[in-house]
Design a protein around this ligand. Sequence first.
Ligand code: AMP
Ligand code: MG
Length: 404
Amino acid sequence: MANPNLMPLEDALDHLLSKAPVVTEIETVDLADSLGRVLAENHYVPADVPPADNSAVDGYALRKQDLHGDRPMPVSARIPAGEAPKPLEPDTAARIFTGSEIPEGADSVVMQERVEVTDAGILVLAEVDEGQNIRRRGQDLTRGDLALAKGTQVRPNEMGLLASMGVARVAVLARLKVAILSTGDELVDPGTPLGPGQIYNSNRFTLMGLLTQAGCNVVLCETLRDKREATRETLLRAAESADLIITSGGVSVGEEDHVRAVLEESGSLSLWKMAIKPGKPVAFGAIGGTPVLGLPGNPGSVLVTFLMVGMPYIRKRQGRNLKPLSGERIPADFAIASPSVRREFVRARKETRGSGSAVAAYPNQSSGILSSTCWADGLAVVPENTTVSPGDLLTYYSFSELLS
Ligand code: AMP
Ligand code: MG
């Protein structure tokens, strides 16, 4: 049964994605610096690639109709790659190499392994099909076609394709500028000894890593004390430089949860008890015109809510063409006896079992357990109100897919 006070993940995402302004600022970078960036414009092919017919092998270029039985064919030219060939003399062949341009008049290339070289010329030892071993002009990219669409994220593959078209500088969308604010009087940075009641601030580093890997620019990273005025001042200051503020902690309904209170007083706030586990309290609002995503405080919840809620939102704001997650269906290697009204994202990993695979769960799924996230390679989804027995098929998302 659905709990009316818990918001389904899909509804929260619909709301978030409807309020996700895409970065508008464009910058031009060297192709060498374009990895991971999002194309700000369509790339049409300026000229055919390859620019001319060329040989796919090392061998001999000739005209098929000039071949006569076992009569040797004189070799009249040599065409290294990088040189413009002269037209082929009739009844002769040209020595040619992989990537060399096909001379006018030739219609086929015979591999050198299929040829016997004699003093009088070459003897072709195999059947020749007209057009064989020729890579046609424009067979990779044809002038005028759309090669890469705006919104494509540049992988090494796209870097190569852009280079093949002669693109040296690329217009990309600016990186999303994100501020990370960790809240909590108990937090201390690594490097400082812990006093009584203190713990190390781990969320700050988890979020820094996630955002960097997602191609964002972390412009501000501060720890907020549980004080109303300091929280307000820092949120307003962060809003001046950031496109997005991500907070951790302080969004429950306790009296020390000042992020929630400041957004209500000085900005706007939708607070959701989301129907996911871990990660119930997630806030979304704005201050000083800058959107604020308020994640829970527990470290395990931070990772799960960032990946399941934050990443789709960030991808949209980055202007990336969105592909739905595909995941994998894998049999469970664990059991969950008591069903939950919340959809559970189990910190899990895919393991080999005989000739197949199974998804194993970290034994302690408590939301404060960070070691589970290092043991795991992804998240297995247990639907709402469902028990799990070993062998049941579950959807499994790898961390790399969730962060892609
Ligand atoms: P809160 O939502 O602020 O009540 O925090 C929930 C739990 O997460 C508490 O146990 C906090 O101590 C812990 N927590 C909050 N922020 C962090 C952080 N940045 N790093 C590690 N643990 C945190
Ligand atoms: Mg707190």
